[in-house]
Design a protein around this ligand. Structure first.
Ligand SMILES: Cc1ncc(COP(=O)(O)OP(=O)(O)O)c(N)n1
Ligand SMILES: Cc1nc(C(=O)O)sc1CCOP(=O)(O)O
Ligand SMILES: [Mg+2]
Length: 211
């Protein structure tokens, strides 16, 4: 069962992002106050097949210990195999209605959107939440679209109300207050946390805005 509070401090990462031991990095972030974790594997071929399944199972165990929902990006087969709490898909991934047919009510579904039209379509098709972005410029997604800015975000939040929105793309503690003012339920973040010397402090700074 999805809760909007999951979106407060939503960490996304995969092997391409971790600087240190991946499992230890996830555990440290969860202990620091992350409210949802998405596994987004975009890099090395070494993390396909059984290695990916095994890693995802271990991450799931850590998430369960911290009572944090575990979300898989793109890979519905992996999400079903390991029994994830949620699946996140974008506009180029499996359509939401098909995802829902496969996962039924076993998982919540998040959908990436970048315009009012995409956001309204995701709402009509039964998304439990939407990711809206890129809000600002980001180096963490090679095919990111043009940033929509705070005005674009605010317009989408209002258009889909009361569907929960998590903002994504170039978000740092310094701009989190502006994100909060847009009406988004929280922030989805990669680099601000995975490149931080002290991720716990960054997580704590985000949480002061979204609690
Ligand atoms: C919370 C959240 N929002 C947006 C995305 C981006 O999804 P997508 O457009 O499918 O791009 P990839 O992440 O698959 O490169 C996301 N993953 N999470
Ligand atoms: C995974 C992802 N999706 C985006 C979108 O706009 O849909 S932006 C993005 C990358 C977010 O990373 P960072 O916090 O390092 O900017
Ligand atoms: Mg995707």
């Amino acid at each position: 069962m999805f809760k909007p509070s999951y979106l407060s401090m939503y960490l996304i990462a995969g092997h391409q992002n971790f600087k240190n031991d991946p499992l230890a990095s996830v555990e440290r972030a969860l202990a620091g106050g992350v409210t949802a974790f998405q596994l987004r594997e975009k890099g090395s071929d070494a993390y396909r097949g059984q290695a990916r399944i095994q890693f995802a199972r271990e991450v799931k165990r850590i998430c369960q210990r911290y009572h944090v929902p575990f979300i898989i990006n793109d890979d519905i087969d992996l999400a079903l195999t390991i029994g994830a709490d949620g699946i996140h898909v974008g506009q180029e991934d499996m359509p939401i209605e098909e995802v829902r047919k496969v996962v039924k009510e076993r998982m919540f579904i998040g959908v990436s959107t970048t315009s009012v039209e995409e956001a309204l379509a995701a709402k009509a098709e039964g998304a439990d939440y939407i990711g809206v972005g890129p809000l600002f410029a980001t180096a963490s997604k090679v095919d990111a679209k043009t940033p929509i800015g705070l005005e674009g975000l605010t317009t989408i939040v209002k258009a889909v109300h009361p569907l929960p929105v998590v903002a994504i793309g170039g978000i740092k503690p310094e701009n989190a207050a502006l994100v909060k003012a847009s009406g988004a339920k929280g922030v989805a973040v990669i680099s601000a946390i995975t490149t931080a010397e002290k991720p716990d402090q960054i997580i704590c700074a985000f949480r002061t805005h979204f609690d």
